[in-house]
Design a protein around this ligand. Sequence first.
Ligand code: NDP
Length: 254
Amino acid sequence: MSLFDLSGRVAIVTGGNGGIGLGMAEGLASAGAIVVLAGRNTEKGETAVQRIARAGGNAEFAAVDVTSETSCRALVDQAAARHGRLDILVNNAGTNIRKSPDTLSTAEWHTVIDTNLTSAFICTHAAYPHMKKAGRGKIINIGSMMSIFGAGFAPAYAASKGGIVQFTRACATAWAKENIQVNAVLPGWIDTDLTRQARREIAGLNETVMARTPAGRWGEPKDFAGIAVFLAGAASDFVTGAAITVDGGYSVQG
Ligand code: NDP
């Protein structure tokens, strides 16, 4: 089997109906995986499914609200039952509420932490028995530059993304002997719905990103296809617990 061949593998990508998640899903589908695109917005989901089908890939949409434990568990168990296996889980769904620590409410804190971090725990917890039974598995968690850096306008987001890296390391350590690899991807500034809103809310953001990113551009969802295939395939079988930046050099600029 080729190091990058995912034929017959089944993947779930939370938030796979748009943005970075769709970029990763398109990579996985192009390598042969059957991809379950999980999100709230059905219209976006169906459009994404058609887009992957037009490119010759195999995808389906599954409705999920990742802030609900019941919904996450149903997503994972139903996908595994439908396809008889679950090989790859991408915990990508995420949100942000941009406020300073002193103005963020407890409810807002929970919204961000539940969406970005607790959902990754629940989906991973639900996926583990399927992977353990199969004797292999790949879990990819999406962090952020705020897994590394701080930002005064994103306290809950930064906490969730720091948590994602440590959760990744914990699972990687726990399950390495069971042939389940768990890694994190830390995107730089990527042009998606999430950051289009940030560009509206934060004056000068576009200029700052362009000046600070050595590649001299915003990332695009398709920049995540390759890392998804690498971390989901045999090529990364001895890579676990890593937090890999995909940021055009943003995090290494002095
Ligand atoms: P998008 O807003 O395009 O995508 C976010 C995705 O998450 C959507 O598909 C959305 O689905 C899904 N989602 C959000 N809340 C829920 C929920 N409660 N239940 C189910 N699905 C949900 O943004 P990005 O593609 O940019 O973000 C994807 C990930 O990448 C996030 O984890 C984000 O933090 C991370 N990231 C993004 C960066 C960037 O520069 N864009 C930088 C660093 C990290 P739906 O529309 O159906 O609700």
